[in-house]
Design a protein around this ligand. Structure first.
Ligand SMILES: [Zn+2]
Ligand SMILES: [Zn+2]
Length: 78
C-alpha cells in the first residue's frame, strides 16, 4: 500500500485524505494541515532551498532553513 508523506514534517498516512485531515505543527501557515509531498519515495531527500540532505523527510524538516523565504524549516525538493 502506498504511503503519503507530509512535506512539512514527514508524517505518513495510508491515504491523502487521512493525512490532510490533521493539522501540522510545521506548516508555515498557522493552523494549517499536513500537505502531501508529491515527489516519489527516496533514499535521500534534499532541501529545495539550501541543498541539505537527509534520509527521511521528518529528519530534514526538523530544523529551520536559513534560506527558506518564509523562515520555515527545510522543505524537500520533489
Ligand atoms: Zn505535517
Ligand atoms: Zn534548507
Amino acid at each position: 500500500m502506498p504511503k503519503y508523506y507530509c512535506k512539512y514534517c514527514g508524517t505518513s498516512a495510508d491515504s491523502i485524505r487521512t493525512l490532510t485531515s490533521v493539522s501540522c505543527t510545521r506548516n508555515p501557515v498557522k493552523g494549517g494541515r499536513h500537505e502531501t509531498y508529491e515527489g516519489s519515495e527516496k533514499k535521500q531527500y534534499v532541501c529545495k532551498y539550501c541543498g541539505l540532505s537527509a534520509s527521511a523527510i521528518s529528519t530534514l524538516t526538523s530544523t529551520k532553513c536559513s534560506r527558506n523565504p518564509k523562515k520555515g524549516h527545510h522543505e524537500p525538493a520533489l
